[in-house]
Design a protein around this ligand. Structure first.
Ligand SMILES: Cc1cc2nc3c(=O)[nH]c(=O)nc-3n(C[C@H](O)[C@H](O)[C@H](O)COP(=O)(O)OP(=O)(O)OC[C@H]3O[C@@H](n4cnc5c(N)ncnc54)[C@H](O)[C@@H]3O)c2cc1C
Length: 370
């Protein structure tokens, strides 16, 4: 890793992408200040299913980036396989009554080397003996190479390293904006004052398009509302991540589970103060759907739930790298930001420090939107 350099960088946004990028920049010797609106993880990273995967069909470049993302998590996992917030025990998914679709997805995954196995009610126990075979579709896909991470735990881990490298973290800064002079980004303005820097990285999750709009940059936004439920501790010991027609489930530290899905999106209502609300009966219904997926008489009880935007760029693909029209201003805005958090940070930090464009980011530039 490079030693000290003269560069100062402000990272805007205290989610996993901001924190991870700040750490990679600090490791490369930059003077880093992370500025965020509220507390760390107040956005999507505090309420994410964070299934680490590259399942299903997507562009070749996006698949390659996600696989590199999983690779970096595997390295982190190998450094301490006992962590209860990062596990690689595989994922199981099925869709409702669509054997042809499941087989097509399985064939597609195998064709590009993604570890993919068809399982049935008779064989699913070999993948995870806690799955209730009685509610499965006739065929499901088991992807043994997948995992999950708890982003608040990961962020805490990364922040420990970041602080040790002398980076400054400014929380409760309100909605900050990028300062540009003669077309070049040169700092940020927030409730805490003005901060000058050689480069700015905007990693504001679903709010990224709003932050770059005053710079004359349009990034289409497709971020939907979403909910993550954390359950009370349960004796069930599911290991895998389950993606099923009515509930997605993953283990969470503390013998809890994290649950999400999208069928209740229309039940999430925006309040006049900008927060979101959902009827408690919908939360209970999601917990019931998840309970059915577990063997035995499991009853998952909701402990807490968080609502908010899930960052998704308009075309579904990541937006990463420097804005051509605003030199010195970099962006990180992506769906699957859990899977990409470590690798995207690494590639962005390299670009910011060296000024050399990384080929893996070539198709993810904001300029593709014209
Ligand atoms: C329900 C759900 C399920 C998900 N499932 C998965 C999954 O299975 N796999 C996967 O890989 N990914 C998943 N994701 C996506 C992933 O969690 C996100 O892509 C990732 O957490 C985004 O991190 P981020 O740092 O970009 O944004 P965020 O975590 O949203 O952080 C952005 C931060 O910027 C701050 N901010 C915003 N505007 C400003 C401003 N103007 N000034 C200062 N600060 C500002 C916000 O307060 C926030 O703290 C899921 C997300 C959700 C919500």
């Amino acid at each position: 890793m490079a030693g000290k350099n003269e560069m100062s960088v402000v990272v805007l946004g205290g989610g996993v992408l901001g924190v991870s990028s700040a750490l990679q920049l600090a490791k490369r010797g930059a003077k880093v200040t992370l500025v965020t609106e509220a507390e760390l993880c107040s956005g999507a990273s505090g309420r994410s299913l964070s299934w680490l995967n590259s399942a299903g069909e997507r562009s070749t470049a996006y698949h390659a980036l996600r696989m590199a993302g999983i690779d970096r998590y595997r390295t982190l996992f190998a450094a301490d396989p006992t962590r209860d917030w990062l596990r690689f025990d595989g994922g199981i998914c099925w869709s409702a009554n669509d054997v042809a679709g499941t087989r097509a997805r399985h064939s597609y995954e195998k064709a590009h080397g993604y570890d993919s196995h068809l399982v049935s009610a008779n064989t699913v126990a070999q993948a995870d003996e806690q799955v209730n075979p009685g509610v499965m579709a006739d065929e499901a896909i088991f992807n043994p190479g997948e995992g999950w991470v708890s982003l608040p735990h990961l962020v805490e881990h990364l922040v420990g390293e970041l602080r040790a490298l002398g980076a400054e973290i400014v929380e409760q800064a309100g909605k900050a904006s990028v300062i540009s002079e003669q077309g070049r980004a040169c700092g940020v303005r927030s409730d805490k004052g003005e901060l000058r820097a050689d480069a700015v990285l905007v990693a504001c999750g679903p709010w990224t398009p709003q932050v770059v709009a005053p710079l004359g940059v349009t990034i289409p936004d497709g971020s939907p509302v979403s909910m993550l439920v954390i359950t009370e501790p349960s004796e069930q010991r599911l290991k895998t991540v389950l993606n099923t027609p009515r509930a997605a489930v993953r283990p969470n530290p503390g013998k809890r589970y994290a649950l999400d899905h999208d069928w209740y999106e229309n039940d999430i209502k925006l309040q006049s103060d900008g927060s979101y609300q959902i009827n408690e009966s919908v939360v209970a219904q999601l917990a019931q759907e998840a309970s059915k997926l577990l063997r035995g008489d499991a009853t998952l009880i909701p402990h807490s739930w968080k609502l908010g935007l899930k960052p998704i760029p308009g075309d579904g693909e990541p937006v990463l790298g420097e804005l051509q029209s605003v030199p010195g201003c970099f962006v990180a805005f992506t769906h699957s930001g859990a899977t990409l958090a470590l690798i995207a940070a690494e590639l962005l930090a390299d670009e910011i420090i060296t000024g050399e464009k990384h080929p893996m980011l070539a198709s993810f530039r904001a300029e593709r939107f014209g």
